[in-house]
Design a binder for this molecule. Structure first.
Ligand SMILES: *Cc1c(COP(=O)(O)O)cnc(C)c1O
Length: 217
């Protein structure tokens, strides 16, 4: 417990004034999640629809729930009533379904477009940079979707220089999209997890998604 507190304080100090924290809840108990709510956190992320539903139903209403994992079209309607942001939008068919379900529910859903930046990672989810501008133009036509920025993962490596390269690429993409669409539209750059959040913040990330480091010694 003491170490966990130390980790939390370290994360908060590192990101202070630069990035917001999304506490990643996957595989955690409601009590564990609740401890971060009680500490003042309100932005929580999860990558499984079923877990999201259970957590959202059991925890306070003022949590801003983030979908951070691959989202199947037939699961969209399950999260529309309560989700604040879908950080993993990477195809137009998914955007069509989000639009349809959000319209039915009378909600507007925030989204981040997920990009694949690290060529060496074979398990490719996410858009490629080349598609960014036309993709976002299409999504912005949807009345019940609010594009807020982009999300990307670092490469699966311990090589800090390589991680930095990939996050710099993410920041360059973010800046070019701000030029195209305006900073009021493209304001969130979600990059960085337990093992690479410090580098991500140095590279300009303003939203880190952290699980393991916050919950484990
Ligand atoms: C699990 C996960 C995280 C958090 O990873 P940790 O290494 O536990 O900090 C962040 N983003 C996504 C998309 C994830 O699936």
């Amino acid at each position: 417990m003491y170490m966990i507190k130390t980790h939390y304080e370290k994360v908060k100090r590192t990101i202070e004034g630069k990035a917001d924290l999304c506490v990643v809840t996957k595989r955690r108990t409601l009590e564990e999640i609740r401890s971060y709510y009680d500490a003042g956190e309100r932005c929580f992320g999860e990558n499984h629809v079923q877990e999201l539903k259970v957590r959202a139903a059991s925890l306070p209403d003022d949590i801003r729930w983030q979908m951070i994992g691959h989202l199947q079209r037939n699961k969209v309607k399950d999260i529309i009533p309560f989700i604040d942001c879908i950080q993993s939008l990477d195809n137009l068919k998914l955007a069509d379904v989000i639009e349809k379900e959000a319209a039915k529910a009378g909600r507007t859903i925030n989204v981040l477009c997920e990009f694949h930046l690290a060529d060496e990672d074979t398990e490719k989810t996410g858009l490629s940079k080349e598609d960014a501008i036309p993709f976002i133009h299409e999504v912005m036509k949807k009345e019940h979707i609010r594009v807020c920025g982009i999300m990307a993962m670092g490469p699966h490596t311990d090589d800090e220089e390589r991680i930095r390269e990939v996050f710099n690429e993410g920041y360059q993409l973010f800046e070019s999209l701000q030029k195209e669409f305006g900073k009021d539209v493209i304001h969130t750059l979600s990059m960085g997890m337990s093992n690479d959040y410090q580098i991500a913040v140095e590279c300009g990330s303003n939203l880190v998604r952290i699980g393991t480091y916050l919950f484990e010694e």
